[in-house]
Design a protein around this ligand. Structure first.
Ligand code: MLT
Length: 246
């Protein structure tokens, strides 16, 4: 089965089910998962996604070497080292990061019991598709993190970009079929559409329009992010060859 969870309430429902046989791919295009993929591509060693600001601060207290990252309402938090902009993750080579965001890190936590949790973004979509085509997981669950309690168009478009590339899969649910056709309708004007979304408009108001431009780039990185224990790390080639459960 290839399914797409389109909004936070569905993700919460899924978290109460047995995800042990599933591969989940979490998308929070604006911006959490795009920032994670950017960080991993420049050599960030580990990113710990946590649900709450308090948890993130507690991690930093215990381990002051961690970079404390995240946002609420799109803005950096008091006392944090950085916010949630992909540009801020570019200068963190070799660092370990603890990160909390409104929806992205929460969604990762909600599906952490899946057999494999991968980090989705437009930035690495071709590599992700290639990896999943090789692995052929029997249950593929694309998780659209949304915004607050709501559906986000940019996450659905990115999930559709992945489904559209997985041509061999003939097990699409109606939700997967709809994101695929959504993407195929928008693909020639992807950035233009992304700028029309509620999240993009909000980020523009905050002076973060360049983040939207950045997160809209297709396949500029080939890194794949995977949740290993509590940390998002880059999946290495030998792990792909060696048959990571997926
Ligand atoms: C989130 O996790 O809700 C987003 O990444 C929010 C943001 O980047 O402002």
């Amino acid at each position: 089965m290839t399914h797409v969870a389109l909004c936070p309430s569905e993700i919460r429902r899924l978290s109460d089910t047995d995800l042990g046989g599933s591969t989940a791919v979490v998308f929070d295009v604006l911006r959490a998962t795009s920032s994670m993929i950017t960080g991993l591509s420049v050599g960030v060693a580990e990113i710990y996604p946590v649900k709450t600001v308090e948890e993130a601060r507690a991690w930093k207290m215990k381990d002051p070497d961690l970079v404390l990252a995240g946002e609420r309402g799109g803005l950096p938090l008091e006392g944090f080292d950085i916010g949630n902009s992909p540009y801020e993750f570019e200068s963190l080579s070799g660092k370990r990061v603890v990160m909390t965001t409104t929806n992205g890190t929460v969604s990762i936590q909600l599906v952490r019991n899946a057999a494999t949790v991968l980090i989705g973004s437009l930035l690495n979509i071709d590599s992700l598709a290639e990896h999943l085509s090789q692995k052929r997981p029997p249950v593929l669950l694309l998780v659209c993190a949304g915004t607050g309690e709501e559906f986000s168009l940019e996450d659905a478009i990115a999930a559709g970009a992945l489904v559209s590339r997985l041509r061999e899969r003939d097990d699409l649910t109606d939700a997967a079929l709809s994101v695929k056709s959504l993407y195929e309708r928008f693909e020639d004007h992807l950035e233009e559409w992304l700028f029309q979304t509620e999240n993009a408009r909000q980020l523009e108001k905050l002076g973060k329009g360049s983040d939207v431009h950045r997160c809209a780039q297709l396949s500029v990185y080939d890194v794949i992010g995977v949740l290993r224990n509590s940390a998002v790390v880059a999946l290495r080639d030998n792990a792909i060859q060696g048959g990571l459960q997926c």
